[in-house]
Design a protein around this ligand. Structure first.
Ligand SMILES: Cc1cc2nc3c(=O)[nH]c(=O)nc-3n(C[C@H](O)[C@H](O)[C@H](O)COP(=O)(O)O)c2cc1C
Length: 458
């Protein structure tokens, strides 16, 4: 049965009912009932008992008190974890209720009060000293709109509009920690103070919209364009092998040079903090430098960085954590699988995630692929969710699910199944900057809109 919350004109004098929702379908995503397509993982757990009440139109036109729904056996507005410890327990995180979690106290006439359940997607999430107002984050996405690594007006509008649109965290694109770490000459950077200053205005705006400003710190490694390194320098990697025949053959970093790159990550994190970012994500995925060290398909070193492929990542994380304030969250994006025999697999990633947890990382953002060309990626809605689920369960760390999640009901199902703590949206937020506000409406949750747009809320 699909219950679609909506506004219903109330000629009814009173409506009070209890419905049993057997399944909250993901019809928007698949066009079918989840039972029919045998994907129980996409269903919100069955049998929620919900009371709904239509508002009465009083003769005097006054609003009537909103009758609040309740979940069977639960308090009116359940907040935080429902049983069990937070998956990042031990790293300082806990969940708390958020101001968006509860319905407003009164309903106006003509409005049906349909708070069918308290959607997990709109529960707040506290990580260290930072509270995300809901579980929606904007995925980092390169904009190729910078000159000399400087963020531009484009970034202000691109990132700012998703904060206005209700996302809880807005993570700026892969931002190079040194000039030769750019994928293209038009990449953004944070290797100097002028860039940090330009980021500060953007971070401040995001924060003022109630979102947490985040930035992804990155180094492209052997996937940097040949045009990118400063004169006299070359593209770098753990091993001197090119990504593809069209790409430059990289210089294999010496141990001393690795130390310099680690310091560049730390300096970038320090600048990110000075710029006002409150969340940092280290880019360890998609075949860029850190992933190149992690993947046995690329890292053929015989020194300590080859014997322990995680060593470089952990050194970066330690260096970042040292300068990144204790009360601010640190995420790492990993490619959970290389989708290729002999490459990283999910078991490997669980072990990496355990090590990251022990090194002060708060959340693993589970992506995939990118180490080597020519692999077949089985892209389908939620295709990377199983990695987030497995890492969360087996490594005991919070995870972000990313990849072809577009429907609010699908996002809700992922959270309700305990497969992830955060839904990280990429292209869907490019298509729909205000997705989060619309998702709240779809799931029957009343969230604050930007004051300026209040008259459009309806
Ligand atoms: C235009 C574009 C730029 C991207 N740039 C980055 C990036 O800077 N860093 C990163 O980790 N992933 C990047 N990605 C991958 C996305 O963050 C996301 O993981 C991917 O698109 C899958 O999520 P989606 O299906 O919701 O789009 C980019 C994707 C797109 C479409």
């Amino acid at each position: 049965m699909v219950l679609t919350p909506r506004i219903v004109p109330t000629s009814l004098t009173t409506v009070l009912g209890t419905v049993i929702l057997d399944h909250w379908t993901v019809a928007q995503e698949t066009g079918t009932d989840c039972r029919a397509h045998r994907r129980p993982d996409l269903c919100v757990p069955a049998r929620r008992t919900v009371c709904f009440v239509a508002a009465l139109r009083l003769p005097c036109g006054l609003p009537v008190p909103r009758v609040v729904m309740h979940r069977k056996g639960g308090p009116r507005a359940e907040r935080g974890w429902r049983g069990g410890a937070a998956p990042y327990a031990g790293t300082g995180g806990e969940t708390v209720g958020g101001r968006n979690a509860a319905p407003s106290p009164v309903a106006t006439a003509d409005e049906i009060v349909h708070t069918a359940h308290m959607a997990k997607l709109f529960e707040s999430l506290r990580i260290r000293g930072v509270t995300l107002r809901n579980r929606i984050a904007m995925s980092p996405m390169c904009q190729y709109s910078s000159e000399d690594g400087m963020p531009a007006d484009w970034h202000m509008v691109h990132l700012g509009s998703r904060a206005v649109g209700g996302a809880a965290a807005v993570i700026a694109e892969a931002t190079a920690v040194e000039p030769r770490g750019r994928i293209s000459p038009a990449d953004a950077g944070i290797w100097n103070d002028a860039q940090a200053e330009a980021w500060a205005r953007i971070a401040r705006f995001i924060g003022r919209q109630g979102a947490v400003p985040g930035i992804q710190l990155a180094h492209a490694g052997r996937k940097a364009a040949a045009a990118v390194p400063p004169p006299g320098e070359s593209v770098v990697a753990p091993t001197a092998s090119a990504f593809s025949p069209e790409c430059p053959v990289p210089h294999a970093l010496t141990e001393a040079e690795i130390g310099c790159v680690v310091r560049a990550f730390a300096d970038a994190a320090r600048r990110a903090h000075e710029a006002g970012f409150r969340l940092v994500e280290v880019h360890g995925a998609h075949g860029y430098l850190i992933h190149e060290f992690l993947s046995p398909l690329v890292n053929h070193r015989v020194d300590g960085y080859g014997r322990d492929r995680r060593r470089f990542l952990l050194e970066v994380v330690d260096a970042v954590r040292r300068v990144w304030p204790e009360d601010l969250p640190l995420f790492v994006r990993l490619s959970a699988t290389d989708w290729s025999p002999g490459g990283i697999d999910a078991g490997d990633t669980v072990e990496t995630a355990r090590r990251l947890r022990d090194h002060g990382v708060d959340l693993v953002d589970c992506s995939s692929g990118g180490a080597v060309p020519g692999v077949r990626v089985p892209e389908a809605p939620g295709y990377q969710v199983p990695f987030a689920a497995r890492v969360r369960r087996e490594a005991g760390i919070a995870t972000g699910a990313v990849g072809r999640i577009t429907a609010p009901t699908h996002a809700e199902a992922v959270l309700a199944a305990g497969d992830a703590d955060l839904i990280i949206l990429g292209r869907e937020l490019l298509r729909h900057p205000y997705w989060s506000l619309d998702a709240a409406r779809t799931l029957g949750v009343d969230v604050d809109w930007p004051r300026q747009y209040g008259r459009a809320k309806g």
